[in-house]
Design a protein around this ligand. Structure first.
Ligand SMILES: Nc1ncnc2c1ncn2[C@@H]1O[C@H](COP(=O)(O)OP(=O)(O)O)[C@@H](O)[C@H]1O
Ligand SMILES: [Mg+2]
Length: 282
């Protein structure tokens, strides 16, 4: 059984530090490797030689899938799998994949031009949320309540976004709360409901908001099971919106922050993650 694990990330944050601390109790040896220093591609890449698994925790929404793909091609296990990370990194691909698997997701339109934008507003009606297809940490996620604002906001997308950043989703605004389910392996180990509070309308587990632990809910369980069936066992932050017609999966974070959920629920998440890594390597 292997026990050498590299956390591949841009930095050692709160979650990574706790994983490194928890490792010995589970017979694991975990190091941090800077995700900018791997220079992968060589089938015998020295930078990851000797590791049994890479725990991909890059905060960037472009690096994880690339690194996991190359790790797997050199025979090193990637957690999460390259396929799962590649799906999660792109909000549109993820929604298409989940929706094809029967998982309910919000209605949305892909917006690549002002024409698309106007059509999307027309079809969905205000208020809408405009967000980048590639994004994270709530950045540039914009709530548009007012049609006067809409065209000017799109000016910024058109004039200042690179081609890559101009790809956007427009979707109905689904209220001020969201549910974060932290999945480890196939289980929901902790779940909390976040409400936006204060100056920012976004209620994001990473932005820090008011939250409370969520009691077991069979509807949530069913949706999260379907997500895990599609993506495979892993470590995920599954974000849901509660709507009058049921829960919808907004997105799945493949390198989830869990400080908020951990402090709200008191669950020992690093131990759950270390146990999962141990099982994968056994
Ligand atoms: N359609 C929506 N309706 C209501 N709130 C939303 C919607 N989309 C995003 N948000 C809010 O913005 C936050 C960030 O958006 P999200 O889609 O999770 O992107 P990111 O990858 O940047 O976290 C969410 O946690 C939620 O609070
Ligand atoms: Mg999010």
């Amino acid at each position: 059984m292997g026990n050498r694990v590299a956390i591949v990330a841009d930095r050692v944050g709160w979650e990574e530090r706790r994983l490194i601390e928890a490792a010995p109790e589970f017979g694991l040896h975990i190091d941090w490797i800077n995700d900018e220093s791997l220079c992968l591609g060589d089938p015998r890449a020295r930078s990851i030689e000797g590791y049994d698994a890479l725990l991909v925790r890059s905060r960037s929404y472009t690096r994880g899938g690339l690194l996991a793909t190359l790790a797997e091609s050199t025979g090193v296990t990637a957690l999460n799998s390259a396929a799962a990370i590649n799906a999660c990194e792109n909000k549109l691909v993820l929604r298409a994949v989940l929706s094809a698997a029967g998982v309910p997701v919000p209605d949305y339109r892909l917006v690549l031009s002002r024409k698309d934008f106007e059509k999307a507003l027309d079809e969905l009606g205000l208020p809408v949320v405009l967000k980048p297809v590639y994004g994270g940490m709530g950045k540039r996620v914009t709530l548009i309540r007012d049609s006067d604002l809409a065209q000017s906001v799109y000016d910024y997308v058109e004039d200042l976004g690179h081609a890559f950043e101009q790809a956007c989703l427009v979707e109905p605004y689904l209220g001020g709360g969201s549910i974060r389910c932290l999945v480890v392996g196939r289980e929901i180990v902790a779940a909390a409901e976040f409400e936006s509070a204060g100056a920012d309308w976004r209620s994001n587990a990473a932005l820090g908001n008011q939250s409370r632990a969520l009691a077991h809910d069979p509807d949530v369980q069913k949706i999260v099971d379907a997500v895990v069936d599609r993506l495979g066992a892993g470590i995920y932050g599954v974000d849901l919106f509660k709507t009058p017609s049921g829960y919808l999966v907004n997105e799945v974070n493949h390198a989830p922050a869990w400080r908020g959920v951990a402090s709200t629920t008191g669950v020992d998440i690093p131990s759950a993650v270390a146990r999962h890594v141990q099982e994968v390597l056994a």
